[in-house]
Design a binder for this molecule. Structure first.
Ligand SMILES: [Zn+2]
Ligand SMILES: [Zn+2]
Length: 346
């Protein structure tokens, strides 16, 4: 099988590898689409501890079930399927609560285990037993299906925020994740969704890809002042930072309404993860700040329902489709911020 083998920072080779053998408790998925995630880009350029070369990255996977191990029941070869990324130990308290994303021995497909930038991906016995293969309806388009994983992560983050009818939601960062959060906030009932970015091109992309109501370029307009103006001085009820920028987190705290919920959805760079803020803002205004990391299987099921029904139109978020051979070009495009989601079709 053809695979993009990651050999270390900025080194990747398209190689012909043997098609993986499917053990009795394993499953083999034929990858039809694997979208490029921000973390795939980071791994390609900088490496990551839990990604040991040579290996295959890619975790936003949609495909067909090629082979079902003889001891696995409940699946049919030929079905469309998507793959859940986190693989938990199954024994810690988080796994027992089905929150494999918080497992004390967290592992993941496309990181610790070989991933989807290849013609086939083998789902190991632990992942199969945990239910990491989710059968998709025949109506699922594979390229759209590859966006279920990132949307599931947005749902995981958004669930803490309890966005409801009449809320004003601010999304900081107009990348694919920011656009998904904007669409989700609408689904949850937010009446006014405001997208903020610092680059005109990205603001324009978000205008085309989302149903958000207000777009602000924070390089030209003070975003805190603009949000206060949009909310008659009250501030936003929900704020999501979908960009790895400390100033965005600080601004989020300043533009928050009383009882606002904030998601620091994107992490900050490892070498500079600290921010400073007025703690009394949180105290007197009863503001809550939440984190979010990856997602669990329930989030995938809900993301799949949103994408299959086109309540969230994944087609608007995909701006490039490439063959496996062009994967480096895909990483470059994703990093440049020109366009939204890039989908690899192996
Ligand atoms: Zn991802
Ligand atoms: Zn665990």
């Amino acid at each position: 099988m053809k695979a993009a083998v990651y050999l270390g920072p900025e080194k990747i080779e398209i190689r012909d590898l043997p098609k993986p053998d499917c053990g009795p408790r394993e499953m083999l998925i034929k990858v039809e689409a694997c979208a490029i995630c921000g973390t795939d880009v980071r791994i390609f350029y900088n490496g990551q501890k839990n990604v040991v070369p040579p290996t295959v990255t890619g975790h936003e996977i949609a495909g067909t079930i090629e082979q079902v191990g003889k001891d696995v029941s409940g699946y049919q070869e030929g079905s469309k399927a998507i793959v859940v990324t986190p693989v938990g130990c199954g024994r810690c308290k988080f796994c027992r609560a089905a929150a494999h994303n918080l497992c004390v021995d967290f592992k993941a497909i496309g990181y610790d285990f070989s991933g989807g930038f290849a013609e086939y991906v083998l789902i190991n016995a632990q992942a199969v037993a945990q239910g990491n293969v989710i059968v998709a309806p025949d109506s699922l388009e594979f390229d759209e299906g590859s966006l279920i994983e990132p949307l599931s992560c947005c749902i995981n983050g958004a669930e803490y925020l309890k966005t409801t009818l009449g809320d004003t939601a601010v999304i900081m960062g107009a990348g694919p994740i920011g656009c998904m959060h904007a669409e989700l906030a609408k689904s949850y009932g937010a009446t006014k969704v405001i997208i903020i970015d610092t680059v005109d091109e990205r603001v324009d992309l978000a205008k085309q890809a989302t149903n958000a109501d207000v777009f602000i370029n924070a390089a030209k307009t003070d975003p805190v002042g603009a949000v206060l103006e949009q909310t008659d001085g009250a501030g936003a009820d929900v704020i999501i930072t979908a960009c790895s920028a400390a100033p965005a987190q600080q601004q989020a705290l300043k533009m928050a309404a009383k009882r606002a919920r904030i998601s620091f959805f994107a992490g900050l760079p490892k070498d500079k993860p600290t921010i400073e803020f007025d703690s009394n803002l949180l105290h007197y205004r009863e503001i809550s700040v939440f984190g979010a990391f990856a997602s669990h299987a329930t989030d995938y099921v809900r993301a799949m329902a949103l994408i299959v029904s086109r309540k969230i139109d994944a087609r608007k978020l995909i701006t490039k489709r490439i063959p496996l051979d062009s994967i480096v070009e895909g990483f470059e495009t994703s990093r440049s911020g020109h366009g939204l989601k890039v989908v690899v079709q192996p």
